[in-house]
Unconditional design. Structure first.
Length: 359
């Protein structure tokens, strides 16, 4: 403990960050901030850091030009030492981040931690849940593969079906009807500048409101008194251990067992290629295929928009101080019905796209 304290202090001194040392040492946080039951919030933080770090390394070799993007990614996969591991960490981190965010949201919902005074912690969380998929959508086009290219074409056509703003959005995103060099450049800039800036700002808000309002007390009062610990070195050390464990686990898993799937290079003339939806958009895909013709907008915008609105408004609708799940059975039942509908739609879409009996 003493050694690691000296190490982290030495590093900060080296960077002439004495004020930062004082600030971090004098700041205390609840010892509950990283416990097993609260592990998802910390894992999500680690995954975001990993996405930023691996993304920054990938930006060193990646070339956002249709004729070169695929080759630059292939170069990283096969020629660059540990290039495949860095790509793997980026790829599996966003997949895991989605899962971990959903688990984190489920816990904070069931324990009623979103209720006043933590409304803004929840709202900033929901906004993160909405912005991360935009990073995935823009990222999918970057490797310039058949799957990424044709998935983006499908998404662009869904966006263009949204009345009034749809065609304008498509113009803004790709400068015209074609998904070409302008689209790739804009998706890249959104992916590495604007959306990361949005994610950092929302995370700062999330942590600011967490600090301001504090963590929710246990639902059943615990006998052990609340304990605060120093941010540096106690909490930072816990986070460092988690960071190392998660990084090694994903790095080793992707190196030996789960290489990132990549496919053929994009061929914009091959319109016979039918992309398979990623697991997290299966339910949206099914919604879009249920509502056809003039009703497309119901599946593509109205229902997803209503769901997002409901999530954002939850702490303002359900304001009673009651946090025990049994006493909140009505809202829990509604949430379970919505979750079951999303799961059902996902299974339907999966059967349609992934089983051999699919047409
Ligand atoms: C929450 C944040 C992020 C998410 C969800 C995300 C997601 C993605 C996705 C889905 C891809 C396509 C390849 C794949 O399937 O893994 C990708 C590629 C890429 N990302 Fe990110 N990313 C994030 C942050 C960043 C940041 C901060 C940077 C740069 C500073 C970055 C740089 C890149 C680059 C250069 C590629 C293309 C290279 C390749 O695919 O090998 N990403 N990202
Ligand atoms: C990148 C995404 C996210 C990160 C890095 C993150 C991080 C954290 C951390 C570290 C905590 C404190 C420890 C804990 O309770 O787990 C926390 C608490 C909280 N988060 Fe998040 N979070 C994210 C997304 C979300 C989402 C999607 C929601 C809900 C929609 C949410 C709602 C909350 C709430 C309500 C708390 C307070 C919990 C309590 O007091 O018990 N967060 N978050």
């Amino acid at each position: 403990m003493k050694n690691s304290e000296n190490m982290s202090q030495g590093l900060l001194k080296l960077l002439a960050l004495d004020h930062a040392i004082d600030f971090l040492k004098n700041t205390t946080v609840s010892s509950d901030a990283l416990t097993w039951k609260r592990i998802c919030g910390s894992i999500a933080t680690v995954l975001v850091i990993l996405l930023f770090l691996s993304g920054a390394f990938m930006a060193l070799y990646y070339s956002p030009y249709p004729g070169a993007a695929y080759d630059s990614v292939q170069y990283a996969e096969f020629d660059l030492p540990f290039g495949d591991v860095i790509r793997g960490i980026h790829h599996w981190s966003w997949n895991l981040l989605l899962v971990v965010m959903l688990l984190h949201m489920t816990r904070t919902f069931f324990t009623g931690a979103y209720k006043p005074p933590r409304e803004m912690v929840w709202v900033s969380g929901v906004l993160l849940l909405l912005v991360v998929p935009l990073a995935i959508i823009t990222g999918d086009l970057l490797p310039w593969t058949q799957a990424g290219y044709w998935t983006t074409r499908v998404r662009v056509s869904i966006i263009s079906s949204v009345p009034v703003i749809g065609p304008f959005m498509v113009d803004l995103l790709q400068g015209g009807p074609r998904t070409g060099i302008v689209a790739l450049t804009r998706f890249y800039v959104l992916h590495v500048i604007f959306l990361p800036a949005g994610i950092i700002s929302l995370l700062a808000l999330h942590f600011y409101f967490l600090r301001l309002k504090g963590l929710a007390d246990p639902i059943t009062p615990s006998r052990s008194p609340k304990r605060n610990i120093a941010l540096l070195p106690d909490m930072v050390n816990r986070w460092l251990i988690l960071f190392i464990v998660v990084t090694l686990a994903i790095g080793i898993a992707t190196r030996f067992w789960f290489a990132v799937p990549y496919g053929d290079p994009a061929d914009p003339s091959d319109s016979r290629f039918v992309p398979k939806p990623e697991w997290w958009v299966l339910f949206l895909n099914q919604l879009v295929s249920i509502f056809k013709g003039p009703f497309t907008v119901v599946g593509s915008a109205v229902i997803p928009g209503a769901l997002a609105g409901l999530l954002l408004m939850l702490p303002f609708i359900s304001r009673s101080p009651e946090r025990r799940p049994v006493r909140r059975w009505k809202e829990i039942l509604v949430a379970m019905l919505i979750a079951a509908a999303i799961l059902g739609l996902s299974v339907m879409s999966w059967i349609e796209h992934f089983t051999s009996t699919a047409t």
